[in-house]
Design a protein around this ligand. Structure first.
Ligand code: 5GP
Length: 184
């Protein structure tokens, strides 16, 4: 994909290019590898937004990990959260006794991860940590700390590298701010 692509044209700016994303994901993978020495963590990908980040991240973690997928309701054709968290696809196996890492694309209000944290704790995980590519701490409406994140970003609606607007832009290889003219 070239910068002349329509997908790129719809961005008002690029926040992180492919090289910056790859470097940050590699560094995060190395940190998790160190922190989980001797363990076999269960990495849970939250579909669909975290899918690109997830597949890159697990290849940078040198541990005998296992993976699972979960799907949670998204914003749909909107840039503002409905405030309602709904599960669309649950895990395939029990997580009792596992060291779990939940992998998200972005944390905004914190409601999605707060819901998932309560749910997975109740299923008896041995430990539970939160991983997110992006974090918007200024937008939090519930208290929630992300254990591992690559970038903290200001309050803007971003797309690319898995993140969508109305299901599009996930295949952009960069993360950028969507030009408000696209949705206003
Ligand atoms: P939260 O529950 O923390 O408010 O929202 C988390 C979810 O909202 C993310 O997984 C993502 O689907 C969506 N989200 C929040 N901010 C953005 C954004 O700037 N861009 C996109 N594409 N999705 C976002």
């Amino acid at each position: 994909m070239t910068p002349n692509s329509q997908l790129f044209q719809d961005l008002s700016s690029v926040l992180y290019d492919e090289a910056q994303l790859a470097a940050a994901v590699k560094a995060l993978g190395e940190r998790i590898t160190q922190d989980y020495q001797g363990k076999s963590p269960l990495m849970i990908c939250i579909l669909k937004g975290a899918s690109l980040f997830f597949t890159d991240l697990i290849r940078q973690i040198d541990l005998p990990l296992t993976i699972e997928f979960m799907a949670i309701s998204s914003y749909g054709a909107s840039t503002v959260s409905s405030g309602e968290v709904r599960m669309i696809k649950d895990l395939d196996r029990p997580i009792k006794g596992r060291d779990v890492l939940i992998v998200e694309d972005i944390v905004d209000s914190g409601m999605t991860l707060s819901y998932l944290t309560r749910l997975l704790h109740s299923r008896g995980a041995n430990s539970l940590k939160l991983v997110s590519l992006l974090d918007k701490p200024s937008r939090r409406t519930v208290p929630l700390t992300v254990d591992y994140s690559c970038f903290q970003i200001p309050d803007a609606f971003v797309v690319g590298y898995g993140l969508d607007y109305d299901e599009k832009y996930r295949n952009l290889p960069v993360v950028g701010i969507l030009d408000p003219k696209v949705y206003s």
